[in-house]
Structures are given as C-alpha cells and as structure tokens.
Write a protein that binds this ligand. Structure first.
Ligand SMILES: Nc1ncnc2c1ncn2[C@@H]1O[C@H](COP(=O)(O)OP(=O)(O)OP(=O)(O)O)[C@@H](O)[C@H]1O
Ligand SMILES: [Mg+2]
Length: 465
C-alpha cells in the first residue's frame, strides 16, 4: 500500500468514526428518561401559552400543586433567543443540548404594587411524583418578537393525565390569581422593545365622598349605577339581569371626572381595577379579558375621545368600538363595570349610537354653580385662615365658569402669596390674596393654567345660575 493510500484510508476511517460514534445523551433528556423510566421523546406533552405577567400566578399554582407531592426543581439556563420547552428537552440533538443547560434555579422578583412582591422561578422544570405516578411540569419561556413569551407544559405517561394536570394547574392559577382585587394597568407591547412586564400593579389615591363637590343628585345617580348594582349583584344575576354596565362621565376639563372614577374605585376595594389609558392603546381586548377573569372588576377608560383619536383621524373611534365590541362579547353574568370619561362627548356619540345599550348611564359633571363654588372655596381653603367677609359673594360671582380644579389652584396660589407675607402661624388668606391670585391666573402668564384647569370665560360675566 502506498503511503497516500494509507493516509486516505485513515482519513475515511476517522470520518466514519465521527458519524458512527454514539452521541452522549444530553443531560436533560437523561434526567427525563431516568424520572419516567421511559424514552421521553415518546411521552405526551400538553402546552398552554401564558401571558407574560402570569409568572407569579404560575408560581402560586405550582406551589399549591406540589403541596404533599414529592418533587424536584431543576433550574434551567437557556440561550437567549431559543425556545426551550419540554419537547426540546426531550428531543434528540446537540442543538438543544447547548441551548439549555442545568443550573441552580434562578428567581425573579415580580412587584405587586408599592410594597409587595413575589419571588418566582424564572425558568424551570419540576420533576414530580413517586412510584405511583410520574409527571414533569415546565415553565417554559422564549423570547418572541414582542418580548418574553411564557408557556405552561406538562408531560405524563398518558395524554389524558397530562391534560388533567394542566387543567388543574390552570384552575389553581385562576383561583389564586395574585392580581385579583388590585389596580392594574396594561401597556401595549411593541416589537423588539425590552420594556419590562406589560402589566403594572398601580396604586390609586383614596378619595372620600367629602372630597367631591357636585350639584345635589349627581353623585347619587353615579352611585346608584355603580355600587347600587354591586350591592344587589346576587339578586340581579339570579333573575338573569346582565351584570355588565357602563357609565360615561362627561363634562369640561377639571370638573372631577377622574376624581369621581378614583372615588368609585376607592369605594369598591374588592374589585379588580383595570386602567386603560392612551398608553394602553391596543390592549382593550386583553384588558377586558383580564377584567373578566378577575371579576368583579372595574375597567376605567379615561379620555376615551383622545384614545379613540390617536389611532385614527377619522371620527370612527377605533378604540371605543373595540371596547364596545369587547363589552358585547362579555358573559352576561360577569360583574364588570365600565367607567368611561371624556370632555368631548360629541366626538364619541356616533360610536355610542351605533352600539346602543352598552352605556347605561351618561352623567354630565357640570361646572359648579354658585353654591358649588362656595363649597369648593371652603374645601380647598381647609387648613388656611380663610376670611372673606363682605367680598365673598362678589368673588363667587367672579368665578362663574371656573372649574373646581381652577378654584383649587386659586387657593393654592393665594396660600403662596400669604406665605410670602410677614407673620407666622396659620396662613391667612383674605380677599386681597385671592384677588391677587386670580389676577395672576387670569393674566397672560396664567393662560396655560386657565386652559388646563378650566376657567370659563373668566370675564366675570353674570352668573350662570
Ligand atoms: N367636583 C370636584 N370636587 C372637588 N374637587 C374637584 C372636583 N373636580 C375637580 N376637582 C379637583 O381638581 C382636580 C382635577 O380634577 P379631575 O382630574 O378629576 O378633572 P377631570 O374632570 O378629570 O378633567 P380632565 O377633563 O382634564 O381630565 C381633582 O384632583 C380635584 O383636586
Ligand atoms: Mg380626567
């Protein structure tokens, strides 16, 4: 044999050897094989996608599920960008082997409001069971085009059992949902943005009834449509009444639409509150689903005309339509209250007219009448030494057309003026300080404040009532 021939033969032998040497079994597949005592590629897997914010819900569910069961948590590390699920762990091939590896379980802390949080396994495989039954549960994660995508997966010896366990975990997730009763806000997810969780737990200011000044009867009407129905929920439901109701609060800027919505949320602390804002564009359907799942709930959609406009320049109110449609599809016995606010009701009228029956009550919050303005001066003058003597009526007349927000700002400025004057003790606010503050607010420099807060014509024209 020539040396060249020999060299070629050795090269071929090496190639043959490379192709025929058995691959060492990937570590994770080996673990699954040992756990089930069977070839994991042949075991059924069932999967259910989870929302990106469901990690804490999965955590409480798996904790409850494992109570009293033998189990082992296998922490996983995954290569960014790869999808790692049970099928990949069970499957053959080196590619997956390098994309997922075993390591100490890593936890992420998910905030649930200002001073609460929950530690959750980031990515993990739970090997569950004893001699009588073997299961594998996985919290799978992959980075999708719009951020992280989670899935719940179960492997068992037969498909029926895998489905049962998946259903049981899903039931536990709903039953123990950590978001129930909280104030939630969804953000639209954008392609390739790495913003954190699209669901935020917020806190709202507690608003007492005394903080709201409205003409007699208005707040009562709002209360009747909202907690009136809540109180009688059981009986209404029993007699087949639909539990979905919509309340539209409309009126000029600064009259208390947002304030009233916050008051309603304060008064019904057991309800889950889902806030929809301009940032939540495109989340209407998800928000309504969330509210339905976490009912009893309130969905608050603020400045619905603006939100509607952002998406389309025609007055078709895409978002509002989407909302009305979502309300349509809602189970009649789900107790979800919708509170919409706007200061341009005429812009949303066509949408509402085309979908009658979704909004049960449209309540206008008017600018305060003379009595209202007097009460507002007293309310926002609290803590000040407010002396108005003879000039009170005239000032109240002058404030015709001003919003409550404007009157609040007026008192804030008056207090500042008073603070700059010599003396100590409680701030003394009299007619002079109020007049100076009013002049400031109505001068050129105050124009923006006036527009933002709502100060009618501001010319002291005759009272409107
Ligand atoms: N009816 C009211 N009674 C007491 N205070 C009020 C009232 N309306 C407004 N205010 C005060 O003005 C602030 C701003 O009002 P709010 O945000 O509720 O107005 P809005 O009607 O929602 O206005 P916009 O149309 O600009 O959203 C409130 O936080 C509150 O301090
Ligand atoms: Mg508002």
């Amino acid at each position: 044999m020539e040396p060249e021939e020999l060299a070629l033969a050795i090269k071929r032998l090496t190639e043959w050897a490379e192709q025929h040497t058995p691959e060492p079994e990937p570590e994770l597949r080996e673990r699954l094989r040992a756990h089930f005592g069977a070839d994991p590629t042949e075991l059924p897997i069932v999967t259910r996608p989870l929302q990106a914010w469901d990690r804490p819900n999965f955590q409480v569910a798996i904790d409850a599920f494992l109570d009293g069961r033998a189990s082992e948590l296998v922490g996983l590390a995954s290569m960014p960008g790869y999808e790692i699920g049970l099928a990949e762990l069970a499957g053959a091939g080196r590619w997956y082997d390098s994309a997922a590896s075993i390591r100490a379980p890593e936890h992420v802390t998910v905030p649930l409001g200002e001073d609460e949080s929950i530690a959750c396994v980031q990515l993990g495989l739970w090997l569950v069971g004893d001699e009588s039954e073997r299961l594998a549960v996985m919290l799978a994660s992959s980075s999708g085009a719009i951020g992280e995508e989670l899935a719940l997966e179960v492997m068992a010896n037969d498909r029926g059992r895998a489905e049962e366990v998946l259903a049981e975990l899903w039931r536990l997730m709903n039953e123990r949902n950590v978001y129930r009763g909280r104030v939630l806000e969804l953000r639209e997810r954008h392609f390739h943005s790495d913003e954190g969780a699209p669901l935020t737990v917020r806190s709202l200011p507690a608003i007492a009834r005394e903080q709201i000044v409205l003409p007699a009867g208005i707040l009562e009407r709002i209360e009747r449509t909202t907690f009136g129905m809540s109180r009688h929920a059981e009986r209404l439901r029993a007699s087949g009444r639909h539990m979905r109701r919509g309340l539209l609060l409309h009126g000029p800027p600064g009259v208390g639409k947002t304030l009233t919505a916050m008051y309603l949320a304060t008064q019904m602390p057991d309800r889950t509150v889902v806030l929809l804002t301009g940032q939540g564009l495109g989340t209407v359907t998800t928000s309504v689903d969330l509210a339905t799942a976490l009912a009893p709930a309130i969905v608050i959609l603020e400045d619905v005309d603006l939100v509607a406009m952002e998406r389309s320049y025609e007055p078709t109110n895409a978002i509002l339509f989407e909302l009305l449609n979502a309300m349509d599809g809602l189970d009649a016995d789900r107790d979800v209250l919708f509170v919409l606010t706007t200061n341009a009701p005429q812009r949303i009228e066509p949408a509402l007219a085309a979908r009658p029956g979704r909004i049960d009550e449209a309540v206008e919050l008017p600018l305060p009448d003379a009595d209202g303005r007097r009460r507002l001066l007293a309310l926002y003058g609290e803590g000040l030494e407010l002396t108005l003597d003879g000039g009170a009526d005239e000032l109240i007349e002058d404030l015709a057309g001003s919003s409550p927000a404007f009157i609040r700002e007026l008192l804030r400025r008056s207090a500042l003026i008073a603070a700059e004057e010599p003396g100590d003790g409680p701030l003394r606010v009299g007619e002079r300080q109020l007049r100076d503050a009013l002049a400031q607010l109505r001068s050129g420099a105050g124009e923006l404040a006036r527009a933002l807060l709502g100060d009618g014509d501001g010319d002291g024209a005759p009272d409107d009532d």
